[in-house]
Design a binder for this molecule. Structure first.
Ligand code: GAL
Length: 664
């Protein structure tokens, strides 16, 4: 067994999403791959994606996707997307609104975190106090009319935004007494304005109730006792349905519980509420991104419940090493309770749809010229297993009412258990539609020991959190060198965030995975609720490219190993360059959207929408304003007016829409 501990592995998995920084001098060690493996490429008229009819809910199976399928279906899109395809862009309240303490808004965990730990947020201008928080952000609170103008350029017919809980309920707890809510009037007026302005502009609102900015009041109850948080959330949701539901017909309860909990509780340094579940306070190694992370975690939000060894003192509280697991559990229950309120009290009359948005990378079975057919089969099995851990953990409960068997079995007693009542509430709670945020992909295989034998899955006796994934993810990143924390390793060319790589087939592979797993269970299809990238920049090293190239060459698909040229690299000081003329981002959208169309037109996947992340450059969490995901440029540090300037990609997407979606 390789020496890196499973524990480190798990942390690294968490890090993969948002916090990974790496050493630019790490050079990719090559993987000795040679001849392309092309034998099994089907002919042009075969169905390119191999979807098995069996529903693999309770057994380990492969993902059903042939690597060769990706290539072979390349030129086959037929039929445009339908006229009612949901098309638009996404943002989140804390990332764009600003006005953090105006007109009665209360404090969210993100205010709390950024104000307490400004050094945990990247900034190139620390003399600017707002550069490390969302105090001002894009000031969409005052400039929403300009945001609408940007949506128009991309021909958006939907806009995904989120509602800030503390803006509506500054005290945290929503209450209705004698028919009157204790709500902040100004907050309500703001969202009324947003919704009405959207509708006046023929843009359908898609509202997320919770995008990581919960009220500080819920910081403890999020993990230590499930009831306060889940009840509070359902009450807050009830107000939103009651007041906005006459106009909002697309509700997303929560955004990406995995990132929220794993980054916020397990990883600590980069995301609120800055817990370090299971790990000693630490500074990230190889910090090239300019973060100067403070050691320590925010134990002040509840240290007294822990002993020195971070074990829980009282019963009924999860041990600190499992806070992220419990946070996830509670968010899922909170989601189900909110859906229940909507279904019981509002849906019939308001006729809207409600679902959850989860994230998660599609898992691609590893293959190179040394991979035997048996190994490939095994890697496919592992791709499904890894997907159950990375995605199914969050998507199974709202679809089928419980965690995947593999997760329960391998986590054993470390896995919280849903009560029968919770299971019943959860089951089908995202059957109206499933929201999926997709960015990158991971390689999947069974990990090998130094001597070439396979690392074995944990036995029943060994099963627990720490052992649960030990045979699933290779901890040496396919030879990318020391100093990486990238497990499971990502695949594709390096975009402008350490965790984000361009591997467009991921969207198609993932859509097929969901579709097969939940066949017949999703009534209004899957909606891509986020997808996008930051242009490559100098803050993130590109050590991924060489290995990716070898991988794709080995399976006869060299064109997927695309990379970028020096001139694609974004430079803050060059407005004439790729900051505004964002060619890499345009190519990203082209490739992902092509794969989405293939999934729709060739694989018959019921995909109903696509929201690009993001409409605007905005507060990119621990990366502050230094990492730009927007299709609209804002000069955060120098322009007091925060003028919105469309980048090339915004217009490009408008054109894509006209050409690829049926026009009425
Ligand atoms: C998602 C998140 C967004 C945005 C995006 C790009 O995980 O929901 O808020 O930050 O990633 O990093």
């Amino acid at each position: 067994m390789k020496t890196l501990s499973i524990f480190t592995t798990l942390l690294a998995v968490s890090a993969a999403k948002k916090c990974v920084v790496r050493n630019p001098t790490d050079s990719a060690k090559t993987n000795d791959v040679k001849a392309p493996v092309t034998d099994d490429i089907p002919s042009d008229n075969e169905t390119p994606v191999n979807v098995d009819e069996n529903t693999p809910l309770d057994k380990e199976e492969d993902s059903g996707i042939e690597n060769s399928d990706i290539e072979n279906s390349e030129d086959k899109p037929k039929g445009k997307l339908p006229a009612d395809f949901k098309w638009g862009a996404a943002t989140a309240a804390y990332q764009v609104e600003g006005a953090w303490n105006t007109e009665g808004r209360g404090e969210s965990v993100w205010d709390h975190f950024t104000h307490l730990y400004p050094m945990n947020v990247e900034s190139s201008d620390r003399s600017n106090e707002d550069s490390t928080n969302g105090n001002v952000a894009c000031d969409s609170y005052h400039k929403f009319d300009q945001d609408i103008a940007m949506m128009k350029i991309m021909k958006a017919n939907h806009y995904r935004f989120s509602i800030s809980w503390p803006r509506l309920f500054p005290e945290g707890q929503a209450k209705k007494v004698k028919g009157k809510w204790n709500v902040n009037k100004e907050g309500v007026e703001y969202y009324d304005m947003v919704i009405d302005t959207l509708l006046e502009n023929n843009i359908t609102p898609m509202a997320t109730l919770y995008h990581w900015d919960f009220h500080t009041l819920s910081m403890k109850s999020m993990v230590v006792g499930r009831l306060p948080f889940t009840r509070r959330f359902a009450k807050y949701a009830e107000f939103c349905f009651e007041h906005f539901g006459d106009r909002v017909k697309n509700w997303i309860t929560t955004n990406e519980p995995w990132v929220n909990c794993v980054s916020g509780y397990r990883l600590g340094p980069g995301k609120a509420p800055y817990r370090c579940t299971g790990e000693a306070p630490r500074k990230l190694a190889n910090d090239t991104a300019g973060l100067d992370l403070l050691g320590g975690c925010s134990y002040e939000i509840g240290p007294s419940q822990y002993t020195k060894n971070h074990e829980a003192l009282t019963a009924n509280r999860p041990p600190q090493r499992l806070e992220d697991v419990w946070c996830s559990h509670n968010i899922l229950i909170a989601h189900a309770k909110a859906v229940n309120v909507y279904r019981k009290k509002f849906q019939k009359k308001q006729k809207g749809l409600i679902g959850i948005t989860i994230d998660g990378e599609a898992q691609i079975p590893w293959q190179d010229d040394k991979t035997t057919p048996e190994e490939l089969e095994n890697n496919k099995k592992y791709a499904n297993l890894a997907a159950e851990f990375r995605i199914g953990w969050y998507s199974d409960p709202p679809m089928i009412g419980d965690y995947p068997e593999s997760v329960k079995q391998r986590m054993s007693k470390d896995m919280p258990v849903f009560t029968d009542e919770e299971k019943a509430l959860l089951k089908g709670s995202s059957s109206d539609f499933l929201g999926w945020n997709t960015y990158t992909a991971h390689w999947a295989e069974q990990v090998k020991n130094e001597d070439g034998t396979y690392v074995q899955p944990p036995t029943d006796e060994e099963a627990n959190f720490e052992n649960s994934k030990r045979d699933m993810w290779d901890d040496n990143c396919r030879g990318r060198g020391e100093g990486w924390t990238c497990i499971p390793p990502t695949l594709g060319s390096q975009a402008g965030s350490s965790w984000n790589t361009k591997f467009a087939p991921t969207i198609r592979v993932g859509l097929n995975w969901f579709s097969k797993r939940y066949e017949g269970l999703i009534k209004n299809g899957i909606v891509i609720t986020e997808n996008g990238c930051a242009q490559p920049n100098y803050k993130v090293a590109r050590a991924n490219d060489e290995v990716t190239k070898k991988y794709f060459e080995s399976i006869g698909q060299p064109k997927y190993a695309d990379t970028y040229k020096e001139e694609d690299i974004e430079r803050e000081d060059n407005l004439e360059g790729t900051l505004m003329h964002d060619t890499y981002r345009i190519d990203w959208y082209d490739q992902y959207l092509k794969n989405l169309r293939l999934a729709y037109a060739v694989d018959n996947i019921d995909v109903r929408g696509y929201m690009a992340w993001s409409l605007l450059d905005n507060f990119e969490w621990e990366n502050g304003y230094e990492t730009r995901f927007g299709m609209t440029y804002i000069d955060f540090y120098n322009d007091k007016e925060m003028k919105r300037v469309p980048k090339d990609s915004l217009e490009h997407l408008g054109q894509w829409y006209l050409e690829n979606v049926e026009q009425n």
